[in-house]
Design a protein around this ligand. Structure first.
Ligand code: ZN
Length: 116
């Protein structure tokens, strides 16, 4: 009876083994009132099933989110393309000191080469 109290297997399994010497018994059988341990194991299995289901749903959600991100990336790509086109259309270099310096250098170089 020590096993029944301290063991963590099926209570019925332990009882049958002690009373009838049956070693082939594995847990409570269908149609029998389940013992506390089998009930607990069943509940745990059920909880695991639900958790697995939730994880599956979360994986689905992540998949959808990844899809949405992919679509958003596409949209951004299209927008960047459009902006590039707009920039290309309205391309107008701003005249800065840097431009002046470059222009002067180029004209100096041009003047030198034409002088030779
Ligand atoms: Zn049991």
């Amino acid at each position: 009876m020590k096993e029944l109290i301290e063991g963590d297997g099926c209570m019925r399994e332990v009882l049958y083994r002690a009373m009838d010497g049956r070693m082939d018994r594995r847990g409570c059988e269908r149609g029998e009132a389940v013992c506390q341990r089998c009930e607990l194991a069943g509940i745990e299995a059920g909880v695991e099933g639900v958790e697995a289901e939730v994880e599956g749903v979360e994986a689905d959600v992540e998949g959808v989110e990844a899809e949405v991100e992919g679509v958003e990336a596409d949209v951004e790509g299209v927008e960047a393309e459009e902006q590039g086109e707009e920039m290309g259309r309205g391309e107008r270099e701003e005249w800065t000191e840097e431009t002046t310096r470059r222009w002067e250098e180029e004209s100096k170089r041009a003047g030198r080469s034409s002088g030779i």
